[in-house]
Ligand binder design. Sequence first.
Ligand code: ZN
Length: 680
Amino acid sequence: MNKKEAKIKIEQLTQTIREHNHNYYVLNSPTITDFEYDILLADLAQLEKMFPQFAYPDSPTQTVGSDLFKQSDNTNETHKQKSFLQHTHKYPMLSLSNTYSIEELNSFNDRIIKGTSGEFNYSCELKFDGTAICLTYKNGELVRALTRGDGSIGDDVTLNVKQIKSIPHTLKNSPTLPDEFEIRGEIYMPYSAFDNLNYQRELEEEPPFANPRNAAAGSLKQLDPEIVKERGLECTLYHLITPSPIAQTHWEALQLAKEWGLPISEHSRICNDINEVFNYINEWDTKRRELPFATDGIVIKVNQLNVQQSLGYTAKSPRWATAFKFKPEQALTPLLSVDYQVGRTGAVTPVANLEPVQLSGTMVKRASLHNADQIELLDIKIGDYVYVEKGGEIIPKITGVEKGKREESVKDIVFPTQCPVCGATLVRDTDEAKHFCPNSDNCPPQIKGKFIHFISRKAMAINAGEATIEQLYNKGLIYSLSDLYSIKEEELLSLDKWKEKSVKNFLDSLEKSKNVPFERVLYALGIRHVGETTAKSLAYAYKSIDNLADATKEDLLQIDEIGEKLADSIVNYFMDSRHIQMIGEMKQAGLKLSIDSSANAIESEKLKGLTIVISGNFSISREELKKTIEKHSGKVGSSISSNTNYMVAGEKCGPSKLQKAEKLGTKIISEEEFYKLIQD
Ligand SMILES: [Zn+2]
């Protein structure tokens, strides 16, 4: 490679890696695997070593990837995310160097031995696949939680972190407890919580998270702490920083932290030499597959704090620690055929049937192909040998085709034009990659899907599962959602394995669901694109289902957050006479189809005498935010005046309002600060 080529290549790689950093750290939606990313980074580092004159001073090889959110970012969960307050890290938050190779780990060990004269050993720890966090405790109280940010400044996510059960707000009193200290670790999402979250997102037609890591990072950046609470995040801490030393070794320091009540991993081990480190790695490469959470490698740290200190840091990472990452396991196997599954929302997903193959300890027979675009992109044909990978995800995916093994007999994959279940002609919106079956009221998987959504916890919370719905549907007892409320006891007793007790439980829970408030009933109806937040906005704005059914598209567009697509979907829903009939039957059954007047009850007087103006977009609808102000005895002002006490400024807050507020000296607060006003 000549100089000119090297210069161009370095420029290209730097640019590409920066884009991937942004996708990974900010959007929580990576487009390449960690392994592919690490290869790019290693390539760049290699070139920079050969041609240092062309390296950028802020090259990604020298800087920490930033998770800081910019206004222009369009993320997976845009409407719920916003900038956080930011704080400077007291000590820079670096990342770890990493390697996939045993030889490099050996050189790491050699460098340590060369660089130190004293005795040392290693602390080996599982590398949890989550998002980094830095906690500050003062006098035993959790006072601040910052994300890594760009390494020197992080987002303040204290309120969100306080929703994570394993993180104590107050520590146990102990003579060893310093007045103030920092402790760093990882916030992660166990597989069970991850599956649950993606299931909910599927119901609400939101894009699923690619893996638990992205889900954890995305959840931590939610603006509403209540949402964080429901996401089932966990935490493990691995690096204690005290103003003055309280232990000789890293290991002892963590033991003290554990005594104070902080969550420390149980899977760490002291290794006396590099061979013991390799044993630890080999052991966990297999055992980690049984863990209920994702890990992507092993962290190896010099245990003695004085040795750590003498080794020091590079601009990007400590010299006394490194991460050994596990390669994603791949398997090569023939693609036998493709099935098309119709989901609850009518989305048609191609699923590959594979020649069974062993992968990460399990036998894999099926893998997702996502959509028609993906099939085209990978240029897969039936009969091809395909690469299957299990990354952070649970469902294996096909990552490529071994073209060298392609035979002439391979056949094109022809995406069906008709629904494989009900035969309706499939549709594909121009902006969506997926094909849909539009026959939502008559296509069996979609009907069952509507019931499963209807009974779910955030909707009607009826005590039943998919198997019950399946049975009721197959017996012809339910077709329209309102049918649930006319099922008779003797019909239920005829179901497989149903005894009097289960019948009673089911009927009781149906009865109880009649008290579910209007906004949740509206959500439970499963109107396309109407998620929980939209349902609340609509319920507050229209007060009853009848008013909503009468609303025109123009009316609907007046409401914040309701766009063309949603307005069309709502109008179409109420144009269907079957839906009107069903709603009539629900009214008969006694479901709440209008706002309860008690829903407006006053919760506190915290905002009594205060006039508050809101402007911009928030994590919740504006209607809901206004309602919250009123519930706490505040008054919602329509424009800024000298009587305005606060202005809550959201995303895209009107600049003229801001100017006026500044001019009149009105206190401008963020949504997060507003919640602090009404907190207990
Ligand atoms: Zn269908």
